[in-house]
Design a protein around this ligand. Sequence first.
Ligand code: C2O
Ligand code: CU
Length: 548
Amino acid sequence: LLDLPECLQVKETSYQRLCESKNILTVNGQFPGPTIYARKGETIIVDVYNKGKSNITIHWHGVKQPRNPWSDGPEYITQCPIQPGSKFRQMLIFSDEEGTLWWHAHKEWDRATVHGAIVVYPKLGTTYPFPRPAAELTVVLGEWWKENIMLVYEQFITSGGQPIDSDAYTINGQPGDFYPCSKYETFKLEVECGKTYLLRIINAAMNEMLFFGIAEHKLTVVGTDGSYTKPLTRDFITITPGQTFDCILEANQKPGRYYMAARAYSSGVNVNFDNTTTTAIVEYKGNYDEYSSPPPLPYLPCYNDTLAAVDFSASLRSLASDDHPITVPTEVKDRLISTVSINAYPCPINGTNSTCQGPNGTRLAASMNNISFVNPSIDILEAYYYHIKGVLFGEKFPKFPPYVFNYTADVLPLRLEIPKSGTHVVMLKYNTTVELVFQGTNLVAGIDHPMHLHGFNFYTVGLGLGNFDERLDPLNYNLVDPPRQNTVAVPKRGWAAIRFKADNPGVWFLHCHFERHLTWGMKTVFIVREGDCPEEKLLPRPLDMPRC
Ligand code: C2O
Ligand code: CU
């Protein structure tokens, strides 16, 4: 029996928030967009219709897509954008993942409003590795801008400085009680005393990591990024843009109303921190005076509490049970080390005479190994597939940082601040095992970076503060039960080491999931060559690939 394709229609819809109404880009008129449900091992066909006024692409974040980069989605990496009035049929192949993932636009800043959850259930006849919850619910954390997001983006790229901050954080599209004109729409979860609930939490925010918690309740993390974890019980979680956490909530407190809340964790030195908190309500069923007292707020760490954030990420462990085994590469062929940095160009650049609003009149940029990535004019997948030589991209992404320097030193030589710009990719042989170490620096601003890799679920075998020590740090790697993730929080002025097997041929994007850093060039591409056997080759190229 063939299932009908899912139909996603990208179009403008009018929404009212913060006392104003405006048109936003939505999928099927919904914000957040519709949830896609699948079972592990299934393949789903999705038809994406562009009924908007400008180009769009959609990415299935965390779906490994074995041999199928064609449907991955990032513009100018695996496809040209879908033009207004046209349609693109994408195939979602669910292989290893089980839990919560999500989908989002992957063109400019459109993902601000174009995103939704993906829920991957266990295969038929199997079940969760924890007691079945009374109910499940997706909790999508996001941001809201009063300004049109395309204008926000335009203003951001032409100013050379920081983007304007959003006007609210949101839970399932709602700013919550502490924002103007928002009280009656605040999202509400009804619970029954004594039952447990599975919250599938997604950080779809553009530019901020978030702390999230529920007053007087603990959260038990049981999964992240579509893989199960050992239960980790905490008062709050730290979640970067791109990450997902599956958490068990036990309704074990006095019947009443409690706030769930998310607040920015913002480790950057020069990011304007807006001290607002988005809230939703957890409400117990039963007979009590609901409105006798205001609901309590959860304890969340201070906005710049790096240690609280790092402690949380460093505590994650894979479940690694017999039913959910993991395969961590123990022998590694290649160790790549890449700095992840904020940089600055002198102003003006490339003959434009705009004034630059970065520090000291510079134009802000970002880089990996001091190369600020430039999108090519047609997508890298197409160029690679048709052997379009030379001009489109280079194959020489450096394996090591171009300079030896103390990454965390307070003052760094100015010449390091200016990155090279170019389109350089990493070429990998099929099935090699790779270790990649991200090293944060202190160039223009020391800040965390949520690094996300398409096409793989990797193991985060180590992370720490300060400089990565190639001799000593690998001795302390966790090769037994490291968390399996697709997005890792590289701590401020610290490092994170990931390992994976290059068993997925194709063209796979690697980038910081802070939208401003992505736009500034903190990204590169991994190309995994095809193997010799038929099952090591790319699937056939779809005939309806959008054209540039
Ligand atoms: Cu969540 Cu390249 O994306
Ligand atoms: Cu970043």
